[in-house]
Ligand binder design. Structure first.
Ligand SMILES: [Zn+2]
Length: 175
């Protein structure tokens, strides 16, 4: 009789251990998968949201690569580098006004440059694509990548250089 009770207790212990182990494993995998989800998926919600296929029908290959894949156009390829006309630069993805011609300057970097954005229409994030922190900027309405912000802009104004891919914007001349 004593032996049976002892045996039962022993079995219970083994069972408890197994349950605990399964519980711990479940917890581990749950944590793991939610951590992975966080790093893989972009949870930002934008006013204008389209599928990759929809963006591809609207944009050229280079526009898609820059705006939707955070690519960079080759330096000195944008006609906007030399554009000094008065007007406004709007998002190629959704037509939101992003930069004004009066804030454009010649940075000689090879990309259209502005010392400030149209406030609230541009949003910012940090990327480490080149191994160090850079301030990335994108359209606040559709999330389209525009370029980066650097601190070597004109000292007499904001000191900021918004280094923008010409293919991510359209120019609307003032009439
Ligand atoms: Zn946009």
């Amino acid at each position: 009789m004593f032996y049976v009770i002892y045996r039962l207790k022993y079995l219970k212990l083994i069972l408890m251990n197994k349950i605990l182990m399964v519980f711990a494993l479940t917890l581990f995998f749950n944590c793991n998968s939610s951590a992975q989800k966080k790093s893989n998926e972009k949870t930002e919600i934008y006013k204008v949201m389209k599928t990759e296929a929809e963006w591809k029908t609207q944009l050229t290959a280079i526009e898609f690569n820059v705006l939707r894949k955070a690519g960079t156009e080759r330096a000195f390829t944008s006609l906007f580098n030399k554009n000094n006309e008065a007007g406004i630069y709007i998002c190629k993805g959704c037509d939101t006004p992003l930069f004004k011609s009066e804030h454009k300057y010649d940075s000689r970097s090879g990309w259209p440059s502005f010392d400030r954005e149209v406030e609230d229409n541009v949003a910012f994030s940090t990327d480490y694509d080149l191994g160090y922190a850079r301030t990335e900027e994108h359209c606040a309405t559709c999330g389209g990548h525009l370029g980066h912000v650097f601190n070597d802009g004109p000292k007499n104004t904001t000191g900021k250089r918004h280094c923008i891919n010409g293919v991510s914007i359209k120019f609307i001349e003032n009439k």
